[in-house]
Ligand binder design. Structure first.
Ligand SMILES: Cc1cc2nc3c(=O)[nH]c(=O)nc-3n(C[C@H](O)[C@H](O)[C@H](O)COP(=O)(O)OP(=O)(O)OC[C@H]3O[C@@H](n4cnc5c(N)ncnc54)[C@H](O)[C@@H]3O)c2cc1C
Length: 506
């Protein structure tokens, strides 16, 4: 089933206890700091019905339309469809929004893969994850992610400080578990549900812990409080800060003040093995949509830089072309990783099709770790005018307009208003408070850099290079230990084999 934008808006109105800038928000759909993003999310729902985009955003199964991005991935084609649906959204809204559902729903598929681990704990839990995946398809909720607790003093175990610094279970009842603590969650104040699970933690040798708990939290549950960081929308005119005013995704400290989680929403509880499993595999699917955002951001940077240098004829200079080529390489590096991750996709332990893990995680690392350098390169190419240009009010005021028209008109194709708009766009993308926020978002929002590196380490096929060196250096068999690998065995050679089998069959 696919919802409409107005059904989504109705689902987040009501009794939620949302605060921003020290004030209670009456209606999250109407408040100026939330409205732009709520409207974009509503637009995404409506795009699923719009005849112009429905065939990209939704698919029909058993006579019912479902969202492409909620579909469990069973084939490579499913991944191409997801990639296209996300691009279509970003192109339609004219900017980048990340926490809008497609980038988080895949976290649940990782747990779907962990059903064996859940079965060891309690078969009810693996049934719950299957039910929730079906529920996402049939109810089309706006789903977000909750991992990060305030944490407190990490040199001490949680029991030796305020125990609520990490979310934990305080009581079991016939209806479910009661949890207390807090989580940082982007978009929670205007979403429907959050997959809530432990942050990266050192569980030591403990088999059981009240902190090892994962569940789907209905964000309309009683006793939740949403304390949001102040939004960027409305702080300065939209003409001068076009991105801040439209694309800010408000982050929230969600307080769980003894919240009842019904048993059917509990995905694991007490067993640290399940918590460790989910931490290690959490982004197996969702890193794709997250990394895809960097590709679009790279396009935004290339476009802004190129328009700037073209305006003034600088693109004819070789040194400028080299800088543009560096941006293009960054962009194509991400593109290559995403494309290859689909082409060389792998079967998951749960039988799904997951992007090639080594390529996906190294693509995410490339995209996130070089972003600051690429932003700086773009800043350099745009030149100093992005930070010295007066605001639109000065371009409109009768006393200053003639001067600004004169000095900001480059030629007959580039009149002052277009130059002002381009500089305002570039400033908001590279220099504003919002720009810094976005950079930090890409650095941290899908776990911190050390965890990105750890994911690469866990998924890279180390045996390949070692086998090669063993052979090239003439080392004895004992140096590599037991391996089932045959020479030439790699994801690429397996792909060739599949192609050969396919052509033979044709
Ligand atoms: C804009 C934004 C949006 C976010 N949205 C969400 C969200 O929607 N849902 C969610 O759950 N979380 C969200 N987060 C939180 C994000 O997941 C965390 O910021 C991230 O996991 C890092 O945790 P931390 O901030 O507690 O930093 P810390 O854990 O304190 O880490 C800070 C730094 O300490 C060092 N460090 C810490 N531990 C280690 C270690 N074991 N090994 C090596 N170095 C280490 C690293 O340099 C690390 O970068 C968001 C964060 C930001 C900035």
């Amino acid at each position: 089933m696919i919802r409409t934008g107005s059904e989504y808006k109705d689902s987040i109105r009501g009794t939620r206890e949302v605060y921003v800038s020290g004030e209670r928000v009456k209606d999250v759909t109407a408040h100026p700091m939330f409205k732009p993003l709520v409207d974009i999310r509503a637009r995404i729902y409506d795009m699923q019905h719009d005849p112009a985009t429905r065939h990209i955003m939704a698919y029909k199964e058993d006579g019912e339309w479902n969202a492409v991005n909620n579909k469990l991935p069973h084939t490579q084609a499913d991944w191409w469809d997801k990639r296209r649906a996300t691009d279509t959204v970003l192109e339609d809204v004219g900017g980048i929004v990340t926490r809008v559902g497609d980038e988080t729903v895949g976290e649940m598929w990782s747990l779907f893969d962990g059903q064996d681990v859940l079965n060891e704990v309690d078969p009810q839990f693996s049934e719950n994850i299957r039910n929730h995946i079906q529920k996402v398809l049939h109810h089309d909720p706006f789903h977000v992610s909750a991992n990060t607790d305030p944490k407190g003093d990490r040199s001490k175990p949680p029991q030796e400080q305020d125990p609520d610094m990490l979310l934990h279970v305080v009581k079991e009842t016939d209806q479910g578990i009661v949890v207390r603590g807090a989580k940082y969650e982007t978009a929670a104040a205007y979403a429907n549900q959050a997959f809530t699970k432990p942050t990266i933690a050192n569980w030591g040798n403990s088999a059981y812990s009240d902190y090892a708990v994962g569940f789907i939290c209905d964000l309309n549950s009683p006793n939740l409080k949403f304390i949001c960081r102040t939004g960027f929308a409305g702080r300065a005119p939209a003409d001068d800060y076009p991105l801040s005013n439209k694309f800010d995704e408000v982050d929230t400290l969600v307080i769980f003040d003894d919240v009842l989680i019904p048993w059917e929403n509990v995905l694991f509880y007490r067993h640290t093995k399940a918590a460790m499993f989910i931490r290690a595999t959490l982004h197996r699917y969702s890193a794709f949509a997250f990394t895809q955002r960097n590709l679009k951001l790279a396009d935004m940077m290339i476009g802004a830089a190129l328009f700037n240098v073209r305006q003034t004829g600088l693109d004819k200079q070789q040194a400028v072309q080299e800088k543009l080529a560096q941006l293009a390489c960054y962009r194509e590096g991400i593109n290559a990783h995403l494309t290859a991750a689909i082409t060389l996709s792998e079967r998951s332990p749960g039988g799904l099709i997951m992007p090639n893990q080594s390529l996906l995680y190294s693509g995410r690392l490339l995209a996130c770790s070089q972003l600051h350098e690429m932003m700086h390169l773009t800043r350099e190419l745009c030149g100093g005018q992005i930070c010295v240009t007066p605001d639109k009010a000065s371009f409109d005021a009768p006393e200053t307009k003639p001067w600004l028209d004169k000095f900001y008109t480059v030629n007959e194709d580039w009149v002052a208003e277009d130059r002002r708009k381009l500089l305002a766009f570039a400033r908001d993308m590279l220099n504003s408070d919002y720009a810094g926020h976005r950079l930090t978002f890409q650095l941290f929002a899908q776990s911190p850099p050390f965890a990105h590196l750890a994911a690469v380490y866990r998924n890279f096929d180390w045996d390949g290079p070692m086998e090669f060196v063993k052979h090239a250096a003439g080392l004895s068999d004992s140096v590599l230990g037991e391996t089932t690998r045959t020479p030439g065995d790699s994801a690429v050679s397996r792909w060739f084999d599949t192609q050969a089998t396919r052509s033979a069959a044709e």
